[in-house]
Design a protein around this ligand. Structure first.
Ligand code: PXP
Length: 238
């Protein structure tokens, strides 16, 4: 059974839309943990579009399960992580103009840089995961880098699932997962997983954690809507 890591970035997206104090990702993380989340994931992006440094610093104190910091492999972020000491650092590619993390890290092309980041972080006791496409060349690069974990980007599978033809993408992920486990890597997965497409991925053997954000946040808004409107209605009804 994989663990569930909940990515709470979009709680902060909503807050930043108004530069207000609410909704507070720290409060959201506590609710996620109360509901059974095994970990909390946040991505501190260079453009600070959602999660802010103060959120991560507070979360480091309040998260009682497992704090996974997604980050670019830059010197500034490596310093930040070394000070913060998250339970895991997931290295992701980052482009300012992208809507979300749109592809895996090209660990094969950036091997020296990524290996340096892995050494800096793992050398100080922070396990590193590389967010990569489920491709053999990327798995080989992850092995060379010394990272303890890989996280396979499931975006292509998620899209294929909703197009009605998930088999080829699913097989690609399953093959990469089996190979990675045999080579001694721990395997996480995430991106685009939702209430319709998650089961086959959750049933794969030997997956340590699934990281899921957007679909959970989208559902939370809808399942919470009646309560939120009802509470306000009671206040304005005199
Ligand atoms: N894993 C990683 C490395 C990510 O960058 C993201 C998106 O921020 C996710 C998982 C979660 O993706 P989604 O929001 O589509 O569930």
């Amino acid at each position: 059974m994989p663990k569930l890591g909940v990515n709470i970035d979009h709680v902060a997206t909503l807050r930043q839309a108004r530069r207000e104090l609410r909704p507070d990702p720290v409060e959201a993380a506590a609710l996620c943990e109360r509901a059974g989340a095994d970990g909390i994931t946040v991505h501190l992006r260079e453009d600070r579009r959602h999660i802010q440094e103060h959120d991560v610093v507070t979360l480091r104190r309040t998260v009682t399960t497992h704090l996974n910091l997604e980050m670019a492999a830059t010197p500034a972020m490596i310093d930040f992580a070394l000070n913060l000491r998250p339970d895991m650092a997931t290295l992701v590619p980052e482009r300012r103009e992208e809507l979300t993390t749109e592809g895996g890290l090209d660990a094969a092309a950036r091997l020296a840089e990524i290996s340096g980041a892995v050494l800096a972080l793992q050398g100080r006791g922070i396990p590193v995961s590389l967010f990569i496409e489920p491709e053999m060349s990327q798995v080989e690069a992850a092995l060379k880098s010394g990272a303890a974990f890989v996280e396979f980007h499931t975006g292509a599978y998620a899209r294929a699932f909703h197009a009605g033809a998930p088999d080829a993408e699913f097989a690609r992920i399953a093959t990469a997962a089996v190979y990675s486990r045999r080579q001694g890597l721990q395997v996480n997965m995430g991106h685009g997983l939702d209430y319709d497409n998650v089961r086959p991925i959750a049933e794969l053997e030997g997956v340590w954690e699934l990281n899921i954000g957007h679909s959970i946040m989208a559902r939370a808004i809808l399942v919470g809507m009646e309560r939120a409107v009802g509470d306000m209605k009671a206040l304005v009804t005199v």
